[in-house]
Design a protein around this ligand. Structure first.
Ligand SMILES: [Zn+2]
Ligand SMILES: [Zn+2]
Length: 85
């Protein structure tokens, strides 16, 4: 999730200049799963909620292990059909 944080520590001699301050509304992205900040150079994954690469990997591995062989083959683009007829 995006969170706007006030990160002004000390501008204008301790009296923040307010809306013109570049640090008062810093947009930061947090992982909804582990609550860690997702750095701007990292990817954000949308799986119903925002996830960091690490949580998304766990999520995908978990989802993937629940798929049937046919579903996996479909997702990877392999052809499969029954031999009959
Ligand atoms: Zn300020
Ligand atoms: Zn995470």
């Amino acid at each position: 999730m995006f969170r706007i944080t006030d990160e002004c520590v000390y501008c204008n001699d301790g009296k923040c200049i307010g809306s013109a301050c570049p640090n008062i509304e810093v947009k930061r992205m947090y992982c909804d799963e582990c609550k860690e900040e997702i750095k701007s150079e990292e990817e954000v994954y949308d799986a119903g909620c925002d996830m960091c690469p690490e949580c998304f990997k766990n999520y995908i591995e978990n989802e993937w292990s629940n798929l049937t062989l046919e579903e996996k083959a479909d997702l990877m683009g392999y052809k499969h059909e029954t031999v009959g007829d």
